[in-house]
Write a protein that binds this ligand. Structure first.
Ligand SMILES: [Zn+2]
Length: 81
């Protein structure tokens, strides 16, 4: 009878261990899912040609965004400055 009790305890422990492992795996999976996606870089539209460029590559002229120096210069020329 003692052996049977030991066996039951072993099975209960094994089930608890199995469930804990599954719960931890689910928790890990949920963490991966909840990870916020890399925020997309802010896009700026070139005032000259209308192309959208990442904010880090934008060329500014008095807070007006341009995709490249050439378009900034072209816009300056066309505005008569
Ligand atoms: Zn442009």
């Amino acid at each position: 009878m003692n052996l049977l009790r030991l066996l039951i305890i072993a099975v209960v422990v094994w089930i608890a261990w199995f469930l804990l492992k599954r719960w931890l795996a689910a928790e890990e999976y949920r963490k991966i899912l909840q990870k916020p996606p890399k925020s997309p870089e802010l896009m700026q539209q070139c005032r000259y040609c209308g192309v959208h460029v990442p904010a880090s590559e934008v060329v500014y002229d008095q807070a007006v965004p341009y995709c490249c120096v050439e378009h900034r210069e072209a816009a300056r020329r066309s505005s008569g400055r």
